[in-house]
Design a protein around this ligand. Structure first.
Ligand SMILES: [Zn+2]
Length: 314
């Protein structure tokens, strides 16, 4: 008897989730408290260069936390974003893209490097990956929101980077999170997966799409599957979620129970969609098939597929 899904989720943490920091949403309202955190000698800063976090060299790529001296001479001086605290120590993210020589400019080339988070996530400790995800999303959002979407005026960061306010019209702007429905569609002993244009050879994954205005998660899941693969889905059950910081999505993992089987692929969205049996997917998860590759464990699709194969999704 396989363990129930809730237990699998606890035993099997998902990449980018489980951030250990206290976001300090009450304390960060105090400007004095924020300034004290920025000045505190023990405060830690995660430098990001063009959205790539600084990671220690080695087999395990931990975050290379820095002191504020690292970026104080940069022009223009970057404004740190408070991520939160841990054991009373403040942790910030800071955009250091103004340094043209990357690691060499900071003298850290022998101990650390700026790396693409998605490419290195398998080597990063889980807590550090979650913190880096938060940092990447927030720094990217601040970079893109220097101007007000209401009046076009300049905006400034407030609440330690928790949001931005327009200098001219005082409109408040909050970092956004875009919900994405990601669905493993099942019918009896078969599961529907698709592949998008330009994906790695033989890779198939769960169908996914943004939740649109005025839709529930379940509505979006049914619509996406019908549009992309022509398959009608009845019941949709939410399973688990994953923050996806490229740049700011929240993947909402579901299982959808198909009511029809015939596939009609929308070639604008997908190259192909097919039904796969449990046995085929079990072999693919074990890396034993040359004709079928499923997403790696840092993607929620992997966990959804595996949960269904192991009988945890009904
Ligand atoms: Zn404005």
């Amino acid at each position: 008897m396989p363990p129930p899904w809730s237990l699998l989720a606890v035993q099997d943490p998902i990449a980018y989730a489980g951030n250990p920091l206290d976001r300090e949403n009450l304390n960060r309202r105090s400007r004095d408290w924020l300034e004290a955190q920025e000045r505190a000698p023990e405060s830690r800063y995660l430098p990001l260069w063009q959205l790539m976090p600084l990671l220690k060299l080695g087999e395990t790529r931990e975050i290379a936390w820095a002191r504020r001296e690292l970026f104080e001479d940069l022009e223009p001086r970057p404004e740190p974003v408070l991520l939160g605290t841990r054991d009373g120590v403040a942790h910030f993210a800071v955009d250091v893209s103004a340094e043209p020589k990357r690691e060499v400019g900071f003298g850290v080339e022998d101990v650390a490097s700026f790396e693409d988070l998605r490419a290195k996530v398998a080597q990063i400790p889980a807590a550090d990956a979650a913190i880096a995800a938060q940092a990447r999303t927030l720094v990217d959002w601040h970079c893109r929101h220097g101007h007000c979407a209401v009046c076009g005026g300049h905006t400034r960061s407030v609440l330690g980077g928790g949001n931005r306010i327009c200098f001219d019209c005082q409109a408040e702007h909050y970092p956004r999170t875009d919900p994405v429905a990601i669905v493993v569609v099942v019918r009896g002993d078969r599961c529907l997966l698709g592949r998008g244009p330009g994906w790695p050879a033989s890779m198939y994954s769960a169908l996914a799409g943004f939740v649109e205005a005025g839709e529930s998660l379940e509505d979006a899941a049914r619509r996406e599957v019908l549009e992309e693969a022509g398959v009608r889905v009845g019941e949709v059950r939410y399973v688990r979620s994953q923050p996806w910081p490229f740049p700011s999505s929240l993947m909402l993992g579901c299982v959808g129970f198909a009511e029809t089987e015939e596939i009609v692929v929308d070639r604008a969205e997908l190259d192909d969609a097919r039904w796969f049996t449990r046995d085929t997917l079990r072999e693919a998860l074990a890396g034993k098939r040359e004709d079928l590759v499923v997403p790696p464990p840092f993607a929620i699709a992997h966990h959804l597929i595996r949960a269904w194969v192991e009988g945890g999704l009904g």
